[in-house]
Design a protein around this ligand. Structure first.
Ligand code: GSH
Length: 347
């Protein structure tokens, strides 16, 4: 690298790549993008090889492959102070982090489900994703690559918990989240007020796919959530907007639209985090729980146990007055189970 631009690899069909590109643009952090998937000659490979992959200096100044958008956003807060995406008030920063995690970990289930569940979406995704992997392939090879990608990803549906039994939970949840966002955007430009927080970029990343790429969820959003569709277009490039500290949502009152969204976090994501962590602790490979009144089965996902641990750590770290505000906001949402110490179990 000859400039001091941040180097990353990612493709437009990756929601987390879109999350980070929009964040870098908003923050006016210069970057250089390798718009490919797969190993890059001469660069270290991330383990596991996820997109986006950032190439950043390690403690010895050597380029290292770094993934995981959530801690990367915090790392960039340290290295670049202007145009922060972390709300000033700790209680608000906590809500922002909770919504960021919900988008990254639950909304991505809708993204992955819709991409690989219905025939028109599978057909489009297989073919377009192949262009990012092997743009110069001849038609025969291209068709084989499209088929390979579709087969591999459909096989992975079980990791996100998408199957005929859970399809309804995911699809009904997507429609309710769209409705909450539509209502929120009637009153606010962004999730976090008149300037975007980390949660804006996380939700945006998933929605770039759901409302702009995959035909089935896109048609639903076109019909039900025009403001949301418009907002995704806006968040793509916020490098030009001016922001001030007063633009953050603040104070002690939580808008009803965010309360409604937190109710979705509590209804869909909270029971999943709890059941997943219990199953992991008991050494299970797969678990079944109840979400939204219906049976939910998925493979244990150790990363999501870490997500819950990080959220609990952030909640514990709040000063008591801020924690009291957060706890009041979460009351009645279903999220309380995430932050209530477990009742001591019988020895
Ligand atoms: N938690 C990670 C998730 C990254 C991720 O899951 N990336 C997907 C694409 S969006 C990926 O690279 N999957 C591996 C593959 O498709 O081979 C983040 O926030 O960056």
């Amino acid at each position: 690298m000859t400039s001091n631009r941040i180097l990353l690899q990612g493709v437009p069909g990756s929601p987390y790549t879109r999350k980070m590109l929009a964040l870098l643009r908003y923050r006016r952090i210069a970057y250089e993008l390798l718009p490919t998937a797969g190993a890059v000659p001469g660069l270290p490979q991330a383990k596991p090889p996820l997109l986006p992959t950032f190439y950043l200096p390690d403690a010895n100044g050597q380029l290292a492959a770094v993934t995981d958008s959530t801690p990367l956003i915090r790392r960039f807060e340290q290295s670049h102070t202007d145009r922060s995406v972390i709300p000033l008030t700790p209680a608000w920063a906590f809500i922002d982090a909770l919504l960021e995690d919900f988008a990254d970990e639950w909304l991505t289930k809708a993204m992955f489900h819709y991409r690989w569940h219905f025939a028109p979406d599978i057909d489009k995704a297989g073919r377009v994703l192949a262009t990012w992997r092997e743009p110069e392939a001849d038609p025969v090879r291209f068709a084989a690559t499209a088929q390979m990608i579709a087969t591999r990803q459909i096989e992975r549906l079980r990791y996100v918990g998408s199957n005929p039994q859970t399809a309804h939970i995911i699809e009904a949840g997507y429609l309710r989240v769209l409705a909450c966002m539509e209502e929120h955007l009637r009153h606010h430009r962004f999730m976090m007020g008149a300037r975007p927080g980390a949660s804006d970029f996380a939700v945006y990343g998933q929605l770039t796919q759901l409302v702009q790429f995959d035909p089935t969820p896109m048609a639903l959003a076109d019909r039900l959530a025009p403001r949301v569709c418009g907002w995704v277009g806006v968040v793509e490039d916020l490098s030009g907007i001016a922001v001030t500290p007063e633009d953050w949502l603040g104070g002690l009152s939580l808008p009803d639209s965010l309360k409604a969204l937190l109710c979705e976090v509590g209804r869909l994501y909270a029971p999943l985090l709890v059941a997943n962590a219990q199953a992991l602790q008991q050494g299970q490979k797969e678990f079944t729980t109840t979400i939204d009144g219906l049976a939910w089965t998925q493979q244990v996902f150790s990363y999501q146990a870490k997500c819950w641990m990080w959220l609990r750590r952030d909640h514990d770290a709040l000063a008591s007055d801020q924690r009291a505000v957060v706890d009041e906001w979460l009351q009645g949402t279903g999220c309380e189970v995430l932050f209530t110490p477990p009742k001591s179990s019988p020895a």
